[in-house]
Design a protein around this ligand. Structure first.
Ligand code: RIB
Ligand code: CA
Length: 293
């Protein structure tokens, strides 16, 4: 399954990328980076560091340094100043590409059979919106888009109804939802059901050095960013997990829109498949097995 991963690593992005890079079912063609959890320079370097830890040479293409029409607002309180919670990662195996994210997406989509390349979005949707604007014919060749974002029936995490990825660039989300893509959204309603606790960390540590141990370190750093939490939600890993194990998710179809001011999901004209639940136990097993490689 050829896939482009668009990401703002980011602690939970890193776990998702480690899982995807080590998963034989996924052929990760490129990592495209975006400003979100942390600035673009840091997300781009982190993408290279994560690939290096996975031992995989994959091109990294830097994308948007800020949302459409507004300033970037990093979340260093959760992801740390280095975007990876201070967890030790190697240096990138190779420099980031001179080719930008949008140009790389357009090239990969134009040269692959139509519908054969999926896009996994783990951060704000700025890069996808820019692709839709500048290369609509390439964007129409995307197979399916699976994006972590939004909150439907649960409270938001950056506002009463606003979730970080959508709220960081609501204008981009408006354009993506309206584009008629084969879009599956994984909102907080589902991702908050995949939670990492102390037992999860211990199980990952039994998986030996490499991605499993790095994931354990990342989750511990995630805990350090919040006081008293018994567990932490694994938002972004839900994206590659849904790509590989869709039957373990409960998916509904909603007619949605986005409030351009707050990024809240609203009833609207755009029909979107939305994951509203998941089987956490089985997905934890798949995630751990994938990280242990
Ligand atoms: O709301 C969770 C999302 O925001 C995740 O993608 C996390 O990495 C942050 O980007
Ligand atoms: Ca993210």
């Amino acid at each position: 399954m050829p896939v482009i991963i668009d990401t703002d690593p980011g602690i939970d992005d890193a776990i998702a990328i480690l899982y995807a890079l080590r998963n034989p079912a996924l052929d990760v063609l490129a990592l495209t980076t975006v400003a979100g959890n942390i600035g673009l320079d840091v997300t781009t370097r982190n993408a290279g560091r994560i690939a290096a830890l996975a031992g995989v040479r994959v091109p990294v293409h830097p994308g948007a340094a800020a949302p459409l029409g507004r300033a970037a607002r990093p979340e260093t309180g959760i992801h740390g100043n280095d975007g990876l919670g201070g967890v030790a990662f190697p240096e990138p195996l190779q420099p980031a590409s001179e080719e930008g994210a949008i140009a790389a997406m357009a090239r990969l989509l134009a040269t692959a059979p139509a519908g054969s390349v999926d896009l996994h979005c783990l951060g704000p949707l700025t890069n996808l919106a820019l692709l839709l604007r500048s290369a609509p014919q390439a964007a129409r060749r995307i197979g399916r888009v699976i994006a972590m974002g939004g909150a439907v029936e649960v409270a938001g995490n950056v506002g009463p109804k606003a979730e970080f990825n959508i709220a960081h660039d609501p204008e981009a989300a408006v354009e993506v939802l309206a584009a008629g893509l084969d879009l599956t959204l994984i909102p907080l309603d589902a991702t908050r059901q995949l939670r990492a606790d102390a037992a999860c960390i211990a199980a990952l540590r039994r998986g030996g050095a490499g991605p499993a141990t790095a994931a354990a370190d990342l989750i511990e750093a995630y805990f350090a960013a919040t006081s008293g939490a018994e567990s932490r939600p694994l938002h972004d890993p839900c994206v590659p997990l849904l790509a590989c194990h869709e039957a373990l998710f409960r998916i509904e179809t909603y007619a949605l829109g986005v409030d351009p001011a707050t990024g809240a999901l609203l009833p609207g004209p755009d029909r979107v498949r939305v994951a509203m639940g998941l089987e956490a136990g089985a997905l934890h097993d798949h995630l751990r097995a994938g990280l242990e490689g």
